[in-house]
Design a protein around this ligand. Structure first.
Ligand SMILES: Nc1ncnc2c1ncn2[C@@H]1O[C@H](COP(=O)(O)OP(=O)(O)OP(=O)(O)O)[C@@H](O)[C@H]1O
Ligand SMILES: Nc1ccn([C@@H]2O[C@H](COP(=O)(O)O)[C@@H](O)[C@H]2O)c(=O)n1
Length: 240
């Protein structure tokens, strides 16, 4: 009789637009794992701050409010969800206003402590209890900026995705075509500004973990990146 593979925890980090969300969702779906978009959680708390009149450029005000919103993430890779105080936040968290404010909010230590706690409990739940039909118990793919370095330092597999700034801006501009923010140069400048802020913050900056496998996706299709990560996960599972 074949035994089910042990639960696996996969951390996928990297700068903006390198393909973390697309890759993570596809890998999780192919392997029957749960999926967590940690950027969506930081966006959700930022949206709540903006909606509640908190000055996002005032770290003390952000810190004081960090414990207030209730953020719930759904971890089905086919339909990831995010809600704040019971309200679906999946649309509002993708606005330019939230994108421009999120790095300031995510740099605040109290925000990171709150969100990191949530992430760890979601990952623990996804790896507990033995495999079930919904993917619970099989493990999880968690994507973000500090997952391998800080949130889940004992993850079974850590991937750090990179891509040239030009490729990342072209991907994002394609996505935004016809909407605000579609200009290529402006898109590239905004990506790099966010990366600089995320890499230079004091608490848990965007960073490649020492034991992460770096995958440069500049010349790869999304399908090739997914195949590469799926192969690495299967190799890990076979080695266990
Ligand atoms: N290897 C690839 N080749 C071409 N396009 C890609 C590739 N990977 C992802 N994309 C496309 O690039 C865009 C950005 O991808 P995605 O949202 O997955 O990146 P991300 O790293 O999660 O970004 P962010 O951190 O800003 O949320 C999407 O439109 C996606 O379809
Ligand atoms: N682990 C993480 C994930 C995200 N952030 C912050 O959220 C912003 C939005 O992330 P997206 O992946 O949705 O683009 C990002 O720019 C970071 O400021 C984080 O700090 N840690």
């Amino acid at each position: 009789m074949q035994t089910a593979p042990a639960p696996v925890i996969v951390a996928i980090d990297g700068p903006s637009g390198t393909g973390k969300s697309s890759t993570s969702k596809a890998v999780a779906a192919e392997l029957g794992l749960s999926y967590l978009d940690t950027g969506a959680q930081y966006r959700a708390i930022t949206w709540w701050m903006l909606s509640n009149g908190i000055d996002v450029e005032d770290p003390a005000a952000v810190a004081a409010a960090a414990g207030k919103p209730m953020i719930v993430s759904g971890t089905d890779p086919a339909l990831p969800t995010i809600s704040v105080d019971g309200e679906d936040a999946s649309g509002p968290i993708r606005t330019q206003e939230v994108t421009a404010a999120v790095s300031a909010v995510s740099a605040v230590a109290e925000v990171r402590a709150r969100i990191t706690g949530l992430q760890r409990s979601i990952a623990a739940e996804a790896a507990e209890g033995g495999p079930s039909a919904e993917g619970k118990g099989r493990g999880i793919v968690v994507e973000g900026r500090d997952i391998g370095s800080t949130v889940l330092p004992d993850a079974d597999l850590k991937i750090f995705l990179t891509a040239s700034p030009e490729a990342r801006a072209a991907r994002r501009s394609g996505e935004l075509r016809g909407k605000e923010g579609a200009d290529l140069a402006a898109t590239q400048a905004a990506l790099l500004k966010r990366d600089t802020a995320d890499s230079s913050r004091k608490t848990s900056p965007l960073k490649k973990a020492d034991d992460a496998v770096e995958v440069d996706t500049t010349e790869l299709t999304l399908e090739q990146v997914v195949e590469c990560v799926v192969t690495l996960v299967k190799e890990k599972q076979l080695a266990e």
